[in-house]
Design a protein around this ligand. Structure first.
Ligand SMILES: *Cc1c(COP(=O)(O)O)cnc(C)c1O
Length: 386
């Protein structure tokens, strides 16, 4: 059997939306981006959304709009995709990593306050694998120290914790529409904020800091534009935004299928004594972006290879950011600086999790994992018990 690590869910509605847009005059940022921004803001329950060319771009724009730069420090997690920490370096600030909780893999809120210095300006929490950081508690910590919060919500479109969704308590929340994310247009992103004036600034900064977008220059009589800030070129195209609209309509249905698959994995692996990060039960909806298991660190790479030999697509999300060559050499991190994140990074394997995954594929993946971890009997026993 061959089980791909990921297959997208795009179909005839997305294909038609792209073709329809190609029949209009706008290829770049225009009315379709605007429609999606409004629909996504309504979905999230926030005032404003600005589409961007990626989540990395959205993170960069958020820090730029908050005027964070050289000499400033930004607290974040070592257990994320490199984009999270790279955005801090892109504005010339310094990342300060805080180790993660061993049960969830989320940044450990108990450790944040001791990492705050007079230079600290912001925190970037990552809602890892789809489970949100406790935003009420983090907002309280940030307010007591006068810090901004920029949420990396690349995994967390559908998430909610204690009634709070991404973008509602943060100063900005950044989303990704990269190929494997819960909603995709190949490459793309968005920034959500409850502050209209911040959204306005981000709209300018995503387009060189120009006062008028291409759409605004086109509609009506020609008006001169000006440049007010040094910005970037981080806008989304209209045909990409058009692809996102039908997906937004099916987002809950697709989340439900991933939730079902994740629960099957959890039941199988609990029965087989295989560890995985816990989704906390109380009033907490994980967006279920990634399903990872934590295996013995000495056999992780062997298991990774053996799963591939059996036709199972795998990934590693993530080895700790400070362990990469760049962070080790340029920022002088040493092995052992963030023991919990580093240990998870040595143990983790991500398994296939997407709506088109079939029940028999889920079962096959579970059986492969259990047999490779030497827990096949336990899995069979658990299945028999029901
Ligand atoms: C995918 C991802 C990003 C980057 O998203 P892009 O849209 O590819 O820039 C950032 N943070 C996390 C946690 C991600 O998984």
């Amino acid at each position: 059997m061959k089980v791909e690590f990921h297959r997208h869910s795009l179909g005839v509605d997305e294909f038609n939306a792209v073709v329809d847009t190609l029949h209009t005059i706008f290829l770049t940022t225009g009315p379709r981006c605007g429609e999606f921004e409004q629909a996504f803001a309504r979905y999230l329950g926030v005032k404003e959304v600005v589409t961007t060319s990626s989540c990395t771009a959205a993170l960069h724009l958020a820090l730029g709009a908050l005027k964070i730069g050289a000499g400033d420090e930004v607290i974040t997690t070592p257990l994320s995709f490199i984009a999270t920490a790279n955005a801090i370096l892109m504005v010339g600030a310094t990342p300060r990593f805080v180790d993660v909780d061993p049960v969830t893999g989320l940044i450990d809120l108990d450790l944040i306050e001791r990492a705050i210095t007079p230079r600290t300006k912001a925190v970037i929490p990552v809602h890892l694998y789809g489970q949100m950081v406790d935003m009420r508690r983090l907002r309280d910590i940030a307010d007591r120290h006068g810090l901004f919060i920029v949420e990396d919500a690349a995994h967390a479109i559908e998430a909610m914790r204690d009634g709070v969704r991404p973008g509602q308590l943060g100063d900005a929340a950044c989303f990704s529409f990269y190929a494997t994310k819960n909603m995709t247009c190949g490459e793309g992103g968005a920034l959500a904020t409850n502050r209209p004036e911040r959204a306005e600034l981000v709209r300018k900064l995503r387009n060189h800091g120009m006062t008028k977008s291409a759409a605004a220059r086109y509609t009506g009589r020609y008006q001169h534009w000006d440049m007010e800030h040094l910005g970037w070129k981080y806008n989304l195209t209209d045909f990409q935004a058009a692809m996102l609209m039908p997906q937004l309509g099916r987002i809950e249905e697709r989340w439900q299928r991933r939730e079902q698959i994740a629960r099957r994995y959890e039941a199988a692996f609990s029965g087989a004594g295989i560890e995985f990060p816990r989704v906390l039960p109380a009033d907490n909806k994980s967006a279920r972006h990634l399903f990872t298991i934590w295996v013995d660190e000495h056999s992780r790479d062997q298991i990774l290879g053996a799963l591939q030999d059996r036709g199972v697509g795998v990934a590693v999300n993530y080895r700790a950011i400070p362990c990469t060559a760049f962070y080790r050499t340029q920022l002088k991190y040493q092995p052992g600086d963030f023991p919990v994140a580093e240990r998870i990074g040595r143990r983790t394997i991500s398994l296939p999790l997407y709506p088109r995954l079939q029940d028999n594929e889920v079962e096959y993946v579970s059986q492969c994992v259990a047999s490779l971890c030497g827990r096949e009997e336990a899995l069979t026993a658990a299945a028999t018990r029901g």
